[in-house]
Design a protein around this ligand. Structure first.
Ligand code: UDP
Length: 237
């Protein structure tokens, strides 16, 4: 399968047509942004790591019963995926307080929740991806009630799987963001990526951050952290 016309260029990926209208190629870049595009930079090698990590995890999730857009890894940075129309919601699951949750609710980073949480934000850069509840999403026709139920079920299943997977690799899954899409027949599948760009991953023993927070917060050692988390994935795979 070869790349056709470029359809879209996002912050971290480019998307190309293929000769099959139901399939697209995503190509992962090293570009990094944070704070709604305010902070920009490059994380050398990130595209390769995010591509390979996301594909590994999606393959496993399929086996665990969560349908995904993943079809085939084509090269270090390129992957064939099923074409979806993205449900314009960022779906965030949290196991431990961090980031915007800590700020909004005044809970110290690192506090372990007694049960995982789910939240949605409206994918809209102009508005800064505002927090939104399921009733808002249904009222605005962003998703149906049934789709929201399916998305919730899959998101918690992803959490159960990923939490256990990373634990065995000595990594604590703090929180993560998912995006879902609809296939042409309306089936909801997991789309976008699962990577250190979209997850908070801490070393289980030292609590060292092995994710994009090193870039967001200028902690240094960004490339090393991405390499280390990939090493853990490969070791455990
Ligand atoms: N996240 C993401 N994209 C976004 C916002 C958040 O991938 O546009 C991920 C982020 O990496 C973290 C989780 O979602 O793993 C929760 O992020 P949070 O709401 O705490 O926002 P942040 O503090 O990153 O602004």
């Amino acid at each position: 399968m070869t790349r056709g016309e470029q359809l879209y260029e996002g912050k971290a990926k480019k998307v190309y047509r293929t000769d099959d209208p139901e399939l697209l190629i995503v190509s992962y870049k090293d570009d990094a942004t944070a704070f709604n595009g305010l902070k920009k930079g490059t994380i050398v090698g990130k595209g390769v790591i995010n591509n390979q990590m996301s594909n590994q995890l999606m393959k496993r999730l399929e086996k665990a019963g969560v349908p995904t857009h993943f079809v085939e890894e084509l090269s270090e940075r390129d992957t064939l995926v099923r074409r979806v129309s993205i449900v314009p919601l960022e779906v965030i699951i949290r196991n431990i307080a961090a980031g915007s949750f800590s700020k909004r609710y005044g809970v110290e980073e690192g506090v372990v929740f007694s049960a995982p949480t789910i939240e949605f934000s409206y994918k809209n850069d102009e508005l800064g991806d505002p927090l939104m509840n399921a009733y808002h999403a249904i009222a605005m026709n962003l998703a149906t009630r049934e789709e929201i139920e399916t998305i919730k079920k899959y998101a918690f299943a992803v959490n159960d799987f990923l939490k256990a997977f990373w634990l065995e690799a000595g990594v604590t899954l703090v929180d993560f963001k998912l995006e879902f899409g609809r296939l042409s027949d309306g089936t909801i599948v997991l789309a976008d990526e699962i990577s250190p760009d979209t997850c908070r991953l801490w070393d289980s023993k030292t609590h060292e951050k092995l994710d994009k927070d090193r870039f967001r917060r200028d902690l240094g050692g960004v490339e090393d952290a991405y390499q280390e988390i990939m090493r853990r994935l490969k070791e455990h795979a």
